[in-house]
Design a binder for this molecule. Structure first.
Ligand code: SF4
Ligand code: SF4
Length: 132
């Protein structure tokens, strides 16, 4: 069901640009963002590959884990010769995903024990980042 909704997503690049305030076409694929990203090893698409996919309106980028792994540390923006804020792009993609599909985490799906054991600040941050 989620995949079908994603497949119907039109003008992906324009929507992410609108939400993030970034110009996706400004990227010329130098790779500086990916080489400096502390979480690149955990991503199934590197930050520069994410932006490349957006340039082509490739909706499969919305299935990658990169936007959920990104910690918004801004290391990529500091290194980017074009000043592209990839953290804002990832945030825009998360917003779009959550609007189009379902919440990525659900507090109803957690047991009382899990909620008690989780660091509260991490729980609140996760709910803010991964729910609509
Ligand atoms: S550092 Fe900037 S220009 Fe280079 S690949 Fe990353 S987003 Fe594109
Ligand atoms: S903001 Fe996200 S994509 Fe950019 S360096 Fe940090 S974790 Fe990587």
């Amino acid at each position: 069901m989620v995949r079908k909704r994603l497949e119907r997503m039109e003008n992906l690049r324009e929507k992410v640009e609108e939400l993030s305030g970034q110009n996706v076409y400004a990227c010329y694929q130098c790779g500086m963002c990916s080489s400096g990203c502390p979480l690149a090893e955990e991503m199934d698409l590197l930050p520069n590959q994410v932006i490349r996919a957006l340039q082509f309106d490739d909706w499969t980028v919305m299935e990658a884990n990169a936007m959920w792994v990104c910690a918004s540390c801004l290391a990529c923006e500091v290194r980017c010769p074009k000043g592209i804020d990839l953290a804002a792009l990832m945030e825009g993609m998360r917003q779009l995903y959550l609007r189009k599909t379902l919440d990525h985490v659900s507090i109803d799906g957690m047991s009382r024990e899990e909620i008690a054991a989780l660091p509260q600040i991490a729980l609140v941050a996760s709910l803010r980042k991964k729910t609509g």
